[in-house]
Design a protein around this ligand. Sequence first.
Ligand code: ADE
Length: 230
Amino acid sequence: MRIDILTLFPIMFEGVFSQSIIKRAVNKGILELHTHDIRDYSKDKHKRVDDYPFGGGPGMVMMVEPIADCITALKSERNYDAVLFMAPDGQTFNQSTANRISLYENVIILCGHYKGVDERVRQLFVTEEISIGDYVLSGGEIAAMTIVDAVARLLPGVLGDETSALSDSFQDGLLSPPVYTRPADYQGHKVPDILLSGNERLINDWKLEQQLARTKARRPDLYAQGGFEE
Ligand code: ADE
């Protein structure tokens, strides 16, 4: 999979993309990540990429031309399955969106800043608008990193244990069960006996019970959606 990210702050991505699972996905050649500085596409002599909003109002608006030129240049090289725009008024991101995006071959992610981007960018180029939650970030960069991380771990071959992404919270509509490691007794706080029993069937039953109980208590909305009630 290839992801091209259009941003005014490409350096923000360096740390996140050079660590952990995303780094592993890139090193294994499973994920190709490219950041593009929108400013490089400005034709203005001062490299401006934003301007005052027509009709007045607070804040600056990102101009259509630099973004359009960058997307057009990328599209002349290959076909893209989607142009995602990170925006607080987009569709709320969730695991099923991550699963769907992970099946794409080539994706562009556009990060907005200032008061927004010229509406014509959204109309002419964007295929999906995605929000990572009902709060306003200073820009789309952290949202884009969230999407890349959630998608990278789903790509076949990225996680060592092929089943681990499938056992993530949300993949089966349930939250994950609690997990424990050594010591079995931490200052009197013991690991549940069943996990030390070696009985795989009983352990799996216990895990599912825990998942159901946690989901019911913490996310009654998910629990109701899943039809888990007896
Ligand atoms: N840009 C600003 N806020 C955002 C959000 N909540 N999700 C995605 N992009 C954003």
